[in-house]
Design a protein around this ligand. Structure first.
Ligand code: G1P
Length: 278
């Protein structure tokens, strides 16, 4: 773990069904879909580790056991490939297992992202924490998105959402923010709406799957009524914090792939392959 890291825990909501990838996700968690040889969730864990976090809190659900097995040793397999050229293919995952603690809890009912995050409260406790939605794969040539956000947290000490500009046609796929630009690409949020139609959207600045949240979010979530789609939305809870000026939105450096969609998933696969070949 990096010295002086202010955030230790990263929460991964990972209970969703991944219906867009059926039948691939019938018996396999969508978080385990690989981009090249690595499952999506491993990219997220590596990003969190790079940002100084060493506790991975994973909110799972039925049918998600493969995630736990992935972040555990497999003696039989390791014994089989010991001394062969394949051994190095497990080096990264062994490093992760050595350095991190994995904690799990199950979300029994699907009641939205806000509910999934609240389900993780016993794993997080009373400290600021990061959230990664593993579907959103973020790649960088320099610092990872969470590393950039931790630096910002150290300055502003409030909740932070990563944002990107999107085509206004697609506002109904994202949480959308508006606010006052206080530094280049950094906004003090004053409005947040979950998946508004283009006509109702306050801007084209969309939240992507990276958050830093202060722990008061849990009490707020307990009192957050179901919103869009009848689900408890993290966007609505964050709006409560934003009312007192406690949410920053950050246009991150890097590229994000929406690996929850087939198009984004294929694009990520092709581009990461091209990069690796170089
Ligand atoms: C969730 C959030 C949304 C956010 C998005 C980022 O939506 O509710 O505010 O913009 O993640 O990926 P989901 O994609 O789970 O429907």
């Amino acid at each position: 773990m990096k010295k002086n890291s202010s955030i230790h825990v990263c929460l991964f909501p990972a209970a969703g069904y991944g219906t867009r990838f059926l039948p691939a996700t019938k018996a396999m968690p969508k978080e385990m879909l690989p981009i090249l040889t690595k499952p999506l969730i491993q990219y997220g864990v590596e990003e969190a580790m790079d940002a100084g976090m060493n506790t991975m809190a994973i909110v799972t659900g039925r049918g998600k056991r493969a995630i736990e097995d992935h972040f555990d040793v497999s003696y039989e397999l390791e014994h089989q490939i010991k001394g062969t050229t394949k051994e190095k293919m497990l080096a990264d995952i062994r490093h992760i297992i050595d350095k991190c603690t994995f904690a799990y809890t199950r979300q029994v009912e699907m009641k939205g992202l806000g509910h999934a995050i609240l389900t993780g409260e016993p794993l997080v406790g009373n400290q600021p924490f990061a959230v990664i939605l593993a579907d959103d794969l973020c790649v960088n040539d320099s610092e990872g998105v969470l590393t950039q956000m931790v630096t910002l947290y150290n300055k502003y000490q409030c909740s932070i959402v990563a944002i990107e500009e999107i085509n206004s046609k697609y506002t109904d796929k994202y949480g959308i923010i508006a606010g006052e630009e206080i530094e280049n690409g950094i906004y003090r949020v004053n409005t947040m709406v979950e998946k508004p139609s283009p006509a109702d959207a306050p801007s084209n600045l969309a939240i992507i799957g990276r958050y830093i949240l202060t722990p008061d979010i849990f009490e707020i979530l307990k009192n957050t009524k179901p919103g869009k789609s009848g689900e408890i939305q993290i966007t609505d809870a964050l709006m409560e914090q934003a009312k007192s000026g406690n949410v920053i939105a950050y246009k991150f450096q890097g590229k994000r792939y929406d690996c929850g969609s087939i198009d984004g998933y294929v694009q990520a696969t092709v581009e990461l392959y091209e990069k690796e070949k170089k």
